[in-house]
Design a protein around this ligand. Sequence first.
Ligand code: DAT
Ligand code: MG
Length: 168
Amino acid sequence: MHKEATLVIIKPDGLIKSLTGNILSRLSEAKLKIIAAKIVRVTVELADKHYNHLKGEPFYPELAKYITGVLHGENRVMALVYYGENAISGVRNLAGATNPEQADPVSIRGAYGRILTTGLFENVIHASSSLDESEREIKLWFSPDELTVDIYETEEVILENAKKESWK
Ligand code: DAT
Ligand code: MG
């Protein structure tokens, strides 16, 4: 038994096309547990960190505009952590190939993705592709108290003069 966690992001096109429900239904076929979920405003800083390995690619400027919502006028994405046996490959299989034209038409990207005239793959969801990547990404997108299963080690930090937004 080997349980893994993987990060899924429903990208701005998924939200704007009202595909959230369809995508979550498709992902439920993997028989995994959702252990965290939230709607996130994606900043340029978060986009840069998330896609740091792609910053040298010619399509990176378009990709940054895509994930931060500039392309769709929609800066929300939905971020989820799925947990269970072979979660990484299970979700990647349901997601389909990176290039939506090459993706199995039955997969999420095959069904809902498209290639923009700029050449960017607008492929509806992100899914972590390895254990190292999923750990790095989950720690980037979520704080320990947002995960309902303790999957990674944590430490207590004492903050002094820390500013925090609270309800008025
Ligand atoms: P994946 O999202 O399947 O893990 P990736 O990490 O290599 O693929 O790339 C991140 C995103 O960047 C991908 O979902 C869509 C876009 N992208 C990747 N390669 C591309 C290419 N050759 N042309 C256009 N967009 C690309
Ligand atoms: Mg990737």
